[in-house]
Design a binder for this molecule. Structure first.
Ligand SMILES: [Cu+2]
Length: 155
């Protein structure tokens, strides 16, 4: 009993020593990485629905959005690293350094901080949907946080 306990301790000690011997260079690199490359965590937005290339059978099109690396908050909040969603349906993006316009049924602000919006009465045919995250005064984040899908309404 006592012997096997000592044997185990010895093995653990050897394992610790050998792992310590091999680790220092990797530890040093990992410790430096977050400070060296903070911009590596690029923010992104993704249109989950409609899926790119989707064929939709109704004139009501529900858009769902997810983000990574940015927090979605109601309009007016200027906290760094936050913003709210905007949708362009069959409209070209406005200037990147100017507030997103507001055009009913075409350019929409989701200023309540929501991540889902439904366009009603979408015409038959092919459509382009662009999602953009912009800050509390509606100016797109820099670099742009944007996603685009094409979908078709068949009705
Ligand atoms: Cu806005």
């Amino acid at each position: 009993m006592k012997n096997s306990f000592r044997h185990t301790v010895l093995i653990l000690s050897v394992a610790l020593v050998s792992s310590c011997g091999g680790e220092p260079p990797a530890d040093a690199e990992e410790a430096g990485a977050p400070e060296a490359a903070p911009a590596a965590t690029m923010a992104s937005v993704s249109i989950g629905s409609p899926a790119d290339g989707a064929a939709i059978m109704t004139t009501s099109v529900t858009v769902t959005l997810t983000v990574d690396g940015v927090q979605i908050v109601p309009a007016g909040d200027m906290t760094a690293g936050t913003g709210h969603h905007h949708l362009y349906l069959d409209a070209d993006l406005a200037a990147a350094d100017a507030p997103v316009p507001s055009i009913p049924g075409s350019v929409v602000h989701m200023g309540d901080g929501s991540a889902e919006y439904t366009f009603e009465g979408v015409s038959a045919g092919e459509h382009r949907l662009i999602a953009v995250v912009a800050d509390g005064i509606h100016v797109p984040l820099n670099p742009m946080v944007v996603d685009t899908v094409m979908f078709t309404v068949n009705n």
